[in-house]
Write a protein that binds this ligand. Structure first.
Ligand code: ZN
Ligand code: FE
Length: 252
């Protein structure tokens, strides 16, 4: 595991993750280079590796500026257009980041080449899984996203989920509409409201917390199936339930 995983807020609600080990640094999804460079300088760190989950500008926009200052390996989805990506990946690889083995997962759905980076204890999942929610399906199909989320759900329960946006509060408003009687969800609504009232990040969460409260990881739960059937799910299959819940979320 890394010595430190630090949060760098960017734009309105993005989180850039800074991984630190032995005075060396890696950064996940540096959409904005300025706060990253400031933090690296303040901490006296050498940037060695850039990890990119997908091609959207708020995740890759800082690569060029960072490469002007640092000679870094840039890992990212090989099938997406990412300027400066010098280590293209397709998922299934094990890469070395600051001397640590990191597993690369293909998690298509939000985009077709979307990757997640997993080291035991931590998952960097970009815009695939969010606190109490999941990414919009800009490029992939509901079946692809449902499969990607199932792969994530199969990771150990104590995995910390480092997603790329602070969307949890809005996602919880939808989650509670899907499952108003879920006690773990009611509890999370209170805890997240307290965190956000003081400007504290609700990320990372644990995977066990997501499995208990995130409707997009709960397509097999009776209450979620019932809600999906009221919102045009074609049958009770996981993909049909996921599809209906995702469509409902789009217009919520
Ligand atoms: Zn995105
Ligand atoms: Fe994003």
């Amino acid at each position: 595991m890394f010595e430190k995983i630090l949060l760098i807020p960017a734009f309105k609600d993005n989180y850039i993750w800074l991984l630190v080990r032995d005075g060396r640094a890696a950064v996940v999804d540096p959409g904005d280079p300025l706060p990253v460079m400031e933090r690296l300088e303040a901490l006296g760190l050498q940037l060695e590796t850039i990890l990119i989950t997908h091609h959207h500008a708020d995740h890759q926009g800082g690569i060029a500026a960072l490469l002007e200052h640092w000679q870094a390996d840039v890992f990212g989805p090989g099938i997406e257009s990412i300027t400066g990506c010098n280590r293209p990946l397709c998922g299934g690889e094990t890469i070395t980041v600051l001397g640590q083995p990191v597993s690369v997962m293909a998690v298509p759905g939000h985009t077709l080449g979307h990757l997640a980076f997993y080291v035991p204890g931590a998952l960097f999942c970009g815009d695939t899984l969010f606190g109490a929610g999941c990414g919009r399906l800009f490029e992939g199909t509901p079946a692809q996203m449902s499969h990607s989320l199932a792969q994530i759900a199969a990771l150990p329960d104590d995995t910390l989920v480092y997603c790329a946006h602070e969307y949890t509060e809005a996602n919880l408003r939808f989650a509670i509409a899907v499952e108003p009687l879920n006690a773990a969800l009611q509890d999370r609504v209170k805890r997240v409201a307290e965190l956000r009232a003081t400007g504290t990040s609700s990320v990372p969460s644990t995977l066990s917390e997501e499995k208990a409260t995130n409707p997009f990881l709960r397509s097999g739960e009776p209450a979620v199936i019932a809600a999906a059937l009221e919102h045009a799910a074609v049958d009770r299959s996981k993909v049909a339930v996921f599809t209906a819940i995702r469509q409902w979320r789009n217009s919520f």
